[in-house]
Design a protein around this ligand. Structure first.
Ligand SMILES: Cc1cc2nc3c(=O)[nH]c(=O)nc-3n(C[C@H](O)[C@H](O)[C@H](O)COP(=O)(O)OP(=O)(O)OC[C@H]3O[C@@H](n4cnc5c(N)ncnc54)[C@H](O)[C@@H]3O)c2cc1C
Length: 301
């Protein structure tokens, strides 16, 4: 929604310390979060890292004037949001680092299962890599085509930043699907670490969940738990749902892509080549250079 004059009470931007008076944080729950409190380090999937979210309530929080950046000036609200989202949507290229780990986990379980050389397994690893690098490419390109602002700061290319984030709303889900395909159903049917450590049950698990002879059963379990953690557990919060909604839900990017897609100019180019329009080559070149000048010119205000 664009803010209108009647919404000016909501056009507020300011900076505050995280522990300012009047702020309440209500800690959020995450999928499988209590596994981190059970002891052991296998069932959490990733015993070292996890995210956290909170519901944050502001009640009569004082912001000193020098930390107020917008106070009811609705005419600047949409520009501020669009510029902010250029940075935020481009920054979602970070999900490709997580993707690299998930591709590595999928390749490892295929190796531990003794099937890594099968052609469909290789092809799925290639597909996962292709999807991941597609996100990476648009993120890097958004910065490479960034423009220098009057302040000296660089603003990423708006179209490419939105395309980067839009890929992020979709491609990690497909990468996660392929990782689950390679992992097998065991990733969600495995017994717990407590059973693995059990005097009587543990040796049975060791024996019957053995993959390749030279790979420890515990290592096979650990890598399966990591795939579970990243696609269904605590780290799926960041890798999947945050990829979907963080920096705006998919439709928010489609709106920005629609605004910047220059469809009339593209129609003009097609019609000229098809011999439909009477637009001259010189006119088209002029339109194109005006467009390029607008896209690549430094922002002046
Ligand atoms: C894990 C996680 C971490 C996050 N971290 C941060 C953070 O650090 N800082 C921060 O500021 N935010 C953060 N966010 C919030 C994020 O910016 C919002 O989730 C996002 O903007 C979507 O808003 P929403 O969740 O309220 O969904 P909604 O806006 O309710 O969207 C749900 C659906 O409704 C549709 N919809 C919404 N409005 C309309 C409309 N007017 N007309 C038609 N359809 C509509 C959407 O397209 C979408 O399909 C985080 C979110 C997640 C999931």
């Amino acid at each position: 929604m664009r803010l209108e004059a009647a919404d000016k009470d909501y056009a507020i931007v300011g900076a505050i310390p995280v522990d300012a008076a009047g702020i309440t944080y209500i800690y959020g729950r995450q999928s499988c979060d209590t596994r981190s409190t059970e002891g052991g380090d296998i069932d959490a999937g990733n015993a070292q890292f996890a995210g956290q979210e909170a519901m944050i309530i502001f009640e009569d929080v004082f912001i000193p004037n020098e930390h107020v950046f917008l106070d009811g000036e609705v005419e600047f609200a949409s520009t501020l949001v669009e510029r902010f989202t250029c940075y935020h949507r481009r920054s979602y290229v970070c999900k490709t680092g997580v993707g690299d780990v998930l591709i590595g986990a999928a390749a490892t379980i295929a190796d531990y299962n003794g099937v890594e050389r099968a052609s469909h397994i290789r092809d799925k690893l290639v597909e996962m890599t292709h999807l991941n690098e597609t996100i990476y490419g648009t993120g890097i390109a958004a910065s490479h085509q960034g423009i220098k602002m009057k302040s000296g700061a660089f603003l990423p290319d708006e179209m490419l930043a939105n395309v980067c984030k839009h890929h992020v709303t979709r491609l990690p889900y497909e990468i996660g699907r392929l990782a689950q395909d390679l992992a097998g159903g065991l990733m969600v049917t495995l017994p717990s670490e407590r059973e693995l450590r059990h005097e009587k049950i543990g040796p049975m698990i060791e024996k019957y969940l053995k993959g390749r002879a030279e790979i420890a059963t515990e290592d096979r379990i650990r890598i399966l738990r990591l795939v579970e953690n990243m696609t269904l557990g605590r780290n799926a919060v960041g890798y999947l749902t945050e990829s979907m909604h963080g920096a705006g839900s998919p439709q928010a990017q489609r709106i920005q892509i629609a605004r910047s897609m220059q469809i009339e100019l593209k129609k003009e180019l097609a019609k000229a080549l098809a011999g439909i329009s009477s637009t001259t080559r010189a006119e088209i070149e002029n339109d194109l250079s005006t467009y390029m000048a607008r896209v690549f010119a430094p922002v002046t205000n």
